[in-house]
Design a protein around this ligand. Sequence first.
Ligand code: FS2
Ligand code: SF4
Length: 549
Amino acid sequence: MFCVQCEQTIRTPAGNGCAYSQGMCGKTSDTSDLQDVLIYMLQGISWYAERAREFGIANREIDAFVPRAFFATLTNVNFDNDRIIALIREANAARDLLKSACEAKGVNLLDASPAAQFVLAEDMAGMLLQAPETLPNRGKEEVGEDIIGLRLLCLYGLKGAAAYMEHARILHQQNDDVYAEFHKHMAWLGTDPADLMSLFDCAMAIGQMNFTVMGMLDKGETDAFGHPVPTQVNVKPVKGKCIVVSGHDLIDLEELLKQTEGKGINIYTNGEMLPAHGYPELKKYKHLVGNYGSAWQNQQHEFAAFPGPILMTSNCIIDPNVGDYADRIYTRNIVGWPGVQHIEGDDFSAIIEKALEMPGFEYDELPHNILTGFARNALMSAAPAVIDAVKAGDIKHFFLIGGCDGDKAERSYYKEFAQSVPEDCVILTLACGKFKFNKLEYGDINGIPRLLDVGQCNDAYSAIQLALALAEAFECGVNDLPLSLILSWFEQKAIVILLTLLSLGIKNIHVGPTTPAFLTDNLLNVLVEKFDLKLTTTVEQDMGAILSK
Ligand code: FS2
Ligand code: SF4
C-alpha cells in the first residue's frame, strides 16, 4: 500500500504516505492496492483510447467509464473491494475492446505503455500480488522524489477533474474534446514520464481542462435546476420524519424530493449539499426543510444522532459502523462502503421506507437561518452594487476563504481568519470548509451581505467568473484586484482547483493548513517562485501582510 493523496496522510521523517495496513481514512491496504491496480488499468485504457481517436474511433461508454471509475479512488469515496474489483474487470473488458479496435486499424502496439500492456490477474489474490508494480510511486528509486511528486500532482489533479467530469456527466454534460484531453493525460501518466518540465506543463494543462469541466458542471446544474438565488436556510431540526442527503449530486436530491413529496418526510441537506437550497427547481419543494450537521469529518456523531436514514451521493463518506448507523446509510453513484445498501437506478423506496419506520425529530427547535445561493448569476447581479461600494471606499477588500474542511486543530485558522476580516471587507466562501465559520453573524455593507456563500467546491467556477468581471470593471488584472484567496485543501478536488487557479495565472494564493505531502521542498519552491504561492502561517501575520499591500 502507498497512498499520499490527501491532507491527512501519515507524515514521518522517514517519508510521507499511508503505507502500512490501513490509511488514516480507514482505507485498508487491500482496498488501496486494488484501487492502484484499477488506476493502472484505466491508464492502459486511455492509451488505446488516444490511439483509437487518431482513426476516428471513440467509444462514449468507455470515455464515461474511465473518469467514473477513477472517481472511485478519490479520498473517502469507495471502500468496497467487491465494487472496486468489478470496476477492474470492467476496465479489463473495455481495454480489450479498444485494443482490438486499434489492432484492426494496424496501430503499432509494440510501443504501448506498460499500463496498456499490463496483464491482469484472474482473481483478487492475484491482483493484490500485482499491486506493487502499479503503485503511484513506482520507480521512485530510478527517477527521484521530485519526478514522483510531480507525477502525483498530475495524477491527483486529474483524479479531481475526473470526479467533476462524472458529476457533470450525470447532468448530461459530456464533451468529446475533454474526453480526448483527459485520455491524453491519463495515457501519458501510464508511461511513467520523467521529464520535469513536461510534467509541470501537464499539471497546468490539467488545471486548464478542469476549468472547462467546472463550466460544464455549472451548465448542467443551472440548466437542470435554474440559477441559485440568495436563500435563507434553517440549520435547526423541524419536527417529523426525516432523511438527510450529503455529497454533491443535486440530481439525487431532486429525485428523492420528488419521491418523498406528500409522504410526510422532511429532507435535510448535509455538507456540500447545502447550496442546493438556492436552486429554484429544488427550493420549490416545501419538504426540503433545512440543513443538518456540518462538514464531512463530523458525520460519525452527527449521523449517529440523526433520527432518520442518510443518503451519501458522493464524497466524503467515513466508517458508518463507528456511529452504528451502517444499517441506515445508503450509498449512491460511485460511493461505496462494504455492507452498506447501495441504491442503483431511480428507486429510492428502500430509504423512504426506512425513514417512515424511524422516529424522526420529536420537536421543532428554534430556527437559525444562514444564507446561501450566491453563485454566478447572483454574484453578477450584485456586481454593479459591489463595484459602486468598492469605488466609494465602502468595500476595501474581498477574501475568498474556501476549500475543504477536516479534523486537524490547525484548521481553526480559517474560522479565526473569517472572524478577523475587517468590517469593511467581504468574504466569499465555497466548499465544506465554510462550516467552520458560516453560522456566525457578519452583517452587511450597503445591503451586500459580508459573507457570500458561492456554493460547492466546483462553484469555484462562479468565484472565478466574479473575479474576471471585477477585473474587467476596474480595468486591471485579476491579480491586481483587492482580492485574496485563502484556501484549505483536503482531497483531490481541491488539488485540481488549485491547478486551475494557477493555470489561469492567479497568484498569491494562501494554502493550508499543511502542504501536500507528495510535494518536495524543491517543487514547493518552484510553486512559490512561479506563482507567489503562500503557505498559511498565523492569522495575524497573513492578514497583516495582505492588508498592508
Ligand atoms: Fe468537502 Fe469532501 Fe467538496 Fe471535498 S465534502 S472535502 O470531497 O469535495 O470539499
Ligand atoms: Fe492515507 Fe488519505 Fe490515502 Fe486515505 S486517502 S490512505 S488517509 S493518503
